[in-house]
Design a protein around this ligand. Sequence first.
Ligand code: KIV
Ligand code: ZN
Length: 518
Amino acid sequence: MTDTSKQDHVLIFDTTLRDGEQSPGATMSHSEKLDIAALLDDMGVDIIEAGFPIASDGDFYAVSEIAKNAKNAVICGLSRANFNDIDRCWEAVKHAHRPRIHTFIGTSPLHRAIPNLNQDQMAERIHDCVTYARNLCDDVQWSSMDATRTEWDYLCRTIDIAIRAGATTINIPDTVGYTAPMENADLIRRLIETVPGADEVVFATHCHNDLGMATANSLAAVQAGARQIECTINGLGERAGNTALEEVVMALRVRNDIMPYRTGIDARKIMQVSRMVSTVSGFPVQFNKAIVGKNAFAHESGIHQDGMLKNAETFEIMRPEDIGLTETNIVMGKHSGRAALRSKLENLGYELGDNQLKDVFVRFKALADRKKEIYDEDLIALMADSNTNAANDHIQVKYLRVVCGTEGPQTANLTLTIGGEDHSVEATGDGPVDAAFMAVKALFAHEASLQLYQVSAVTEGTDAQATVSVRMEEGGKIVTGQSSDTDTVVASTKAYVNALNKLILRRQKTAPAAIASQ
Ligand code: KIV
Ligand code: ZN
């Protein structure tokens, strides 16, 4: 068999749809998951962890559909180490050309205490579950969860058992983001040297970012022999998130001189997928985020700007176009036609079917009536909006008129279409947004509390569109809605309604307790 640690190809395992979706508030709808999976597949992600099939019928259905549609990527589902989970996972992933079952249990002392298993009992469970999974599927990934806080001898034992039982990938998760680069590298290197059969399987690294070291820890693991990096777009994930896909991919590219490994990712798709994930998860990308942040290629100081004009390499280690960033320019106005819109959107990385183009064109014309100059950012916001506010949503904003000014109370007249029927109300509030939100609440009663209300301008100028994010919580479930419009109150109301639509989806979903801390 081949010694995988000597090969230079590093597999990219994307878990945006599983670990990323576990971020409180990052719930994605079925069609959003399918769109993200299609883009990940298209950009060359090797393995897509599409969800946790036993978690809910929605997760099961999403994993099955992604498995049916995937063209190249391996489609993986997560399952705890028990036969029920593994069966459900297999039922979902089996439709893929290349299915994978990923099964795990927490092996550190703290995690062993939860199911109250001693070392021998857990070892038997690992053996039985990996054997069971392997009888269903040729591609089985084993994870000793909280590996970086598991006793060395016991960690070796769990991995040895998993390899003997037929696991083909061994994942070493740093579940709580506790390790550091040298330590992670040392752990992986010693495991590969020590555990019998280690050279027959692929070692994977799965790092969380609690101490801000996830990318460094993942790259250190690769240098020590790991050949699969588990990561998410924009570093989405529970608490401080997971390793960011765009960071490891670009680090391996830009510093190939000292890290001579390659991935199969088409980096020019990075911006597009980053925007899509930010929109559907409702998690804005911080301005100074490496690679995909708004300021990642902005040069403010005079010295930097001067240097950039003379030679871009003075202050840039990669080019914006390497990650699919196109220059901002005025693109279109109200006289632009459908073909021009299609071509512009294609340049920005969006490929639309005829029906979708028709819908986007109507929205584009409405925007162009209100805004003279349409910039790339406007089109990106418009695309995001047509993804989040869809025609088949349970609740839709049909009409809104708000009266505001120095003399209160501010009043909102609102018509919502709920489950196909129109309902209208007039409500007052402390300011126009509050009045509009009161009206939504009057028409669609709910207990969810507002946790975050955030407005940002898409471009400059007083006619700029506003993008509004609204985060809500109901019984521990957190959802985030988003919308953009030149009218901030309209954007706010639509973002609120978008959050409620997500909450309705989320109510149908119950995650198993054991996953809560991963
Ligand atoms: O962080 C973690 O340990 C996980 C496992 C399920 C792989 O996400
Ligand atoms: Zn994780």
